[in-house]
Design a protein around this ligand. Structure first.
Ligand code: PLP
Ligand code: COI
Length: 360
């Protein structure tokens, strides 16, 4: 199914000079483009009223169901400036599929993948001058769907708004990428079996914030969540998947058991590692084993990964009664090599053997 996006240009786009000043050092998630994509859903009618329009506030009734019951899902992907000046998206088809899976879990209508791709491409084409050219800069796209029916009964909404906004970004981390420290929370979990851990819904992030604050009090940059049943098995961070690299050259990442997000960066790194003959196990890893392996030197590197964070080294993990350094505490060799391989494909500096890039 496809829709035609009506184009209603922003009558007052930001002046070129002001835009270029913002693009020189955008940080993460604060610099937004001139336009957004919007599509509406009404039960009985389906998806309709697709348009690219000026980025502006969306009027919501105070009884809109999203404000009360949090029926909301989102995605995150990036558009990258290519060496010839063009722009390309990384695996937008995978984000389109994941949005549908999140919708299923949250009892929401599934947006057709073609509409997702068309909306993202149309927005990036319209705001292509906002794609940064600074090293490691990109246009971060945030597609999202929320329940907009005006009704206070608890049931799936009969109306939804799908929108895509775009934000020019540099590094997710203030001051650029350096090894981060993690707090392994025993007090809080992110997702339980049968819950919404595998869906990209706002509620998962709301629930993670108190643990992130706890990590901050413990002097750590991020929280690493353990499973909700045994409080033992490493799951993921609040917004990133996690990998471990061992002295024998093998990698391990927690399996997709329904409580963690199926990261597209995770999947891409598994493929890149296997392409070069490395063994990647998708297997549980205990926090007890992690401490032992870090101390014995069997564990040599660890890294977090995601669209926003790309590949971020993990230098240290702390929890109740322990605080251990991983490897040198800095960026490991394989971590750096995988980050480089992935970003070389994304920025068009290396061939794209898996057909991951899509020109807009
Ligand atoms: N895990 C969580 C909870 C996330 O929010 C994200 C970010 O999107 C990821 C993992 C990484 O997913 P991806 O690589 O698709 O961005
Ligand atoms: C992303 O990486 O796209 C996310 O949604 C995670 C968040 C930390 C920004």
């Amino acid at each position: 199914m496809s829709l035609t996006f009506e184009f209603q240009p922003n009558a007052a786009p930001l002046a070129t000079g002001e835009r270029d000043a913002l693009l020189a050092d955008p940080g993460f998630g604060r610099v937004f483009t001139d336009h957004m994509a919007v599509v509406r859903y009404t039960e009985g009618q389906g998806w309709h009223s697709a348009r690219i329009q000026a980025r502006e506030p969306i009027a919501t009734d105070p009884a809109s169901s999203v404000l009360h019951y949090a029926q909301e899902i989102f995605e995150g992907l990036k558009a990258y400036r290519q060496p010839d000046g063009g722009v390309a998206l990384f695996r937008p088809d995978a984000n389109a599929r994941r949005l549908r899976q999140s919708a299923k879990r949250m009892a929401m209508p599934e947006l057709p993948e073609e509409v997702f791709i068309d909306s993202v491409r149309a927005l990036v084409r319209t705001d292509r001058d906002w794609v940064p050219s600074i090293p490691n800069g990109a246009l971060y796209l945030r597609p999202f769907v929320f329940a907009s029916e005006v009704f206070l009964g608890v049931k799936p909404s009969s109306e939804y708004i799908y929108a895509v906004i775009a934000s020019a970004v540099g590094s997710y981390w203030k001051g650029g990428v350096k090894a981060i420290s993690l707090w392994a929370s025993q007090s809080y979990t992110r997702a339980a079996p049968g819950g919404t851990g595998a869906a990209k819904c706002g509620g998962n992030y709301a629930a993670s914030l108190i643990a992130l604050a706890e990590a901050g009090r413990q002097g750590c940059e991020q929280v690493v969540f353990l499973d909700a049943v045994e409080r033992r098995w490493v799951e993921e961070l609040g917004g990133m998947n996690i990998f471990f690299v061992f002295a024998d050259g093998t990698l391990r990442t927690p399996p997709l058991g329904g409580t963690i997000l199926a990261g597209i960066t995770r999947d891409s790194l598994i493929r890149l590692a296997r392409d070069q003959g490395l063994t990647v196990e998708e297997a549980p890893y205990g926090i007890d084993q992690w401490q032992e392996d870090a101390k014995s030197g069997r564990l040599v590197e660890a890294f977090a990964c995601g669209t926003a964070a790309v590949v971020t080294p993990i230098g240290r993990v702390k929890g109740e009664g322990f605080d251990v350094t991983i490897g040198t505490g800095g960026t490991g060799q394989l971590t750096e090599s995988l980050r480089r391989q992935l970003t070389d494909i994304q920025f068009g500096r290396a061939p794209d053997p898996h057909g991951w890039m899509m020109r807009v």
